[in-house]
Write a protein that binds this ligand. Sequence first.
Ligand code: FAD
Length: 388
Amino acid sequence: MIRDPESFDLFLETLRKFVLERLVPNEERVAREDEVPEALVREMAAQHMFGYSIPEAYGGLGMTTEELVLAAMELSQCSVAFRARVGTNTGIGSEGLVADGTAEQKQRYLPDLASGKKTGAFALTEPDAGSDATALRTSARKDGDHFMLNGTKCFITNAPIADIFTVMARTGADDAGAGGISAFIVERGTPGLSTGRPYDKMGQAGSPVSEVYFDNCRVPAANLIGGQEGRGFKTAMKVLNKQRIHLAALCIGPAIRMLNDAMAFVAGRKQFGQPLMNFQLVQAMIADCQTEIQAARALVLQTARQRDAGGDVTMNASICKYFSSEMCGRVADRCVQMLGGYGYIADHGMERFYRDVRLFRLYEGTSQIHQLTIAKHSLKQAGYSVGK
Ligand SMILES: Cc1cc2nc3c(=O)[nH]c(=O)nc-3n(C[C@H](O)[C@H](O)[C@H](O)COP(=O)(O)OP(=O)(O)OC[C@H]3O[C@@H](n4cnc5c(N)ncnc54)[C@H](O)[C@@H]3O)c2cc1C
């Protein structure tokens, strides 16, 4: 749903201009310095990028899902590091509070996340609990009017720079499954909370990711999201369900950008006395990229509209994330191919996108986990009872 089509078109136009004029020219610098410069972060904050999905009552833009995915497709037509910088605030790092936080919790944390004054992170994954997140072992033991957290989280986006962590921990010692998991807000500076050195990664330079450690970390009981124990896994799934549609849109922007860059290249470079774009085998690669981009866009928009209309999008969110992330990988591969040797050389930027987008198929549910979800829902819809 688009609330006001005219002003939203204007918003998208301004965003497109900002991406082209301020973000794209800084891509190499961010990759080289492995950091989005603070001055640029402030500019992004002034564009309200940290608060797209946070309700207006808390200083955000309160975007509907359809608006959010359209904005995401524009914002992501530049290095992934830029949208990763704002992405936890306007995604997994705030959505737990938006979905299930109490009024006091929302009032306390969301305005600073929406303005970009503070950075959020979402800490679910652990060394022994990845695809099977219900196996998480970080414990939260009740201790008077506090909870005592102990454990380790790994692969947490923006953890090295985050101020506000949404943390999933086990409160129910007797319940080893999803029912024993609760969600907490833990603030940077809480004694017993520390973060590790940023990992050296394959790509996405400028987007810091690290481990998070809890060592007798005393968290006020008032920071239990929603004020209820045992609801944390449900909160996490609500966050991820929405985020999967959002992430699918964030796979489409880089694919559009790579195709545009590759088309500019094949239009300019000549072999056998003519531009590469005249060769039909090159045109086939362009056609395959364009077809898949349009298919992903249609799928994501349809699912976003279904979510805005209150529909159950669990399976379709998985379809979006699975198809768009795999699509982006195929587009990256074809675009490197179209550039020939230059596709492999760092100066031309395509190899950076190729490495950056590889992550999309791994996080927020690997492709295999989404295949399982899609198959199980399909079988269930068809009336079959399938094993766990
Ligand atoms: C850079 C980066 C940033 C991340 N950011 C965050 C974050 O901010 N917050 C957070 O909580 N997590 C984050 N993650 C974690 C990410 O979500 C996990 O890495 C992902 O869920 C996969 O878990 P795993 O790495 O433990 O792989 P595993 O679960 O060990 O999977 C390894 C392989 O086995 C396959 N596999 C596993 N189970 C099955 C099965 N049942 N059937 C078939 N195949 C299976 C997988 O598909 C995969 O191919 C991030 C990860 C990375 C690398």
